[in-house]
Design a protein around this ligand. Structure first.
Ligand SMILES: [Zn+2]
Length: 114
């Protein structure tokens, strides 16, 4: 096996073989999509934390829908399989701030090496 560690991660997180793209991507009602730095942004007109162009990161919208409230700007939504455009709720994990998110990343690396 060329990359036993990678294989272990793939099994752990059930990597999807093909992420939906383009036309196959589920449409947010009435929204437009933009992709920036690999992240998907959705146009929303009434959102307290939309950016200047009225866009909000899709992974944040998915998490907000899931927990039933708006995320605070300091809250971070992490992509479990590290794919920034895989915004299925089972691929997302919420952290209350960047420090907690970073701590998770460091602990995660240690788990993988062990
Ligand atoms: Zn992360």
């Amino acid at each position: 096996m060329a990359n036993p560690q990678g294989d272990k991660i793939m099994r752990k997180y059930k990597y999807p073989n093909n992420v939906k793209k383009g036309k196959e991507h589920p449409r947010w009602k009435g929204g437009n999509y933009e992709v920036e730095n690999g992240y998907v942004f959705v146009r929303v007109d009434n959102h307290p934390f939309k950016n200047s162009g009225s866009y909000v990161a899709e992974h944040r919208l998915v998490m907000e829908k899931h927990i039933g409230r708006y995320l605070q700007p300091e809250e971070i939504v992490h992509h479990i399989n590290r794919r920034k455009n895989d915004n299925r709720i089972e691929n997302l994990r919420l952290f209350s701030n960047e420090a907690e998110h970073m701590r998770f990343h460091m602990n995660g690396e240690m788990e993988i090496n062990d």
